[in-house]
Design a protein around this ligand. Structure first.
Ligand SMILES: [Zn+2]
Ligand SMILES: [Zn+2]
Length: 270
């Protein structure tokens, strides 16, 4: 999970997200709209008798803020909360498991803030089931074949790997950049990602307010997407003053065509 605003647990329930599968939460910065949902969600997990550890990756101040609340409201949690400190000023690897790596992206905001880059690791190729059956290849050989090994039959015939497998899909990269003023410094980090989520709090008509509050306009989000050659841009974090978000979309699309509006309860293909 990236950020946890108020009401996150309600949205998870509406979407039928399995909460036990949530192991890691990445918090971009300590403004309420990005972390007010944590204590309520954690308390609910306790009542649901979750037992799996919950990891929170955030700036050290979050632990200081959350610990007293946890001690007061969540004394007998049936699971551990493990805090991992991040430095929002650095672009570095902060998490890695079998399938992905997560890096911080330093952003420009009124308080220390970073985005996150999610990068899939190379995956094993797919085996072709019919060929495996045809040569009667034993199951224990399959993991090695998926990693690129050829197969030698009992008669000594070599079956090259490219006849046994099809290549794995392309590794996907997703970047989340919110909240931030326009910053070209992020471009080398997010260059060519499959999908960029970039905040677009304002439109160009509120340029002054946008720079004062260190947010971006829809056009600026699109400029970043264009300069970084990303495949797709999702905008979001709109100011409540805009009733019609299609105007923000139009402003962004004028610069970067493959832009979509980030909307609640919507699932996006990357
Ligand atoms: Zn903020
Ligand atoms: Zn915000």
């Amino acid at each position: 999970m990236i950020d946890c605003g108020e009401g996150t647990q309600i949205r998870m329930r509406q979407l039928g997200v399995k909460t036990v599968r949530l192991g890691h939460i990445f918090i971009s910065h300590l403004h309420g709209d990005h972390c007010f949902g944590l204590i309520g969600m954690i308390s609910s997990f306790g009542m649901l008798n979750r037992t799996a550890d919950l990891h929170i990756h955030a700036q050290p101040d979050l632990e200081k803020i959350l610990k007293p609340q946890l001690m007061y409201f969540c004394q007998d949690l049936p699971f551990e909360i493990i805090f991992h400190d991040i430095n929002p000023r650095k672009n570095e690897l902060i998490f890695e498991d079998r399938s992905i790596k997560v890096f911080t992206i330093p952003l420009k905001h009124r308080v220390p803030c970073c985005g996150f880059l999610f990068e899939e690791k190379p995956r094993d190729s797919h085996i072709i089931r019919e060929i495996i059956d045809f040569y009667n290849i034993p199951t224990w050989r399959i993991p090695k074949i998926k990693q690129g090994e050829d197969f030698i039959t009992e008669d000594g015939e070599i079956i090259p790997n490219n006849q046994l497998t099809t290549p794995a899909g392309k590794q996907k990269r997703f970047a989340y950049c919110s909240d931030t003023a326009y910053s070209e410094k992020i471009i080398p980090i997010i260059e060519g990602v499959d999908c960029l989520y970039h905040e677009a709090t304002f439109m160009e008509d509120e340029m002054t307010r946008s720079s004062q509050t260190e947010h971006s306009t829809a056009r600026q989000a699109a400029e970043i997407a264009k300069k970084a050659n990303v495949q797709k841009l999702i905008i979001g974090h709109y100011s409540a003053r805009y009733n019609n978000q299609n105007e923000l979309l139009a402003e962004a699309k004028a610069v970067f065509e493959n832009t979509v509006l980030g909307e609640d309860l919507t699932v996006y293909e990357i």
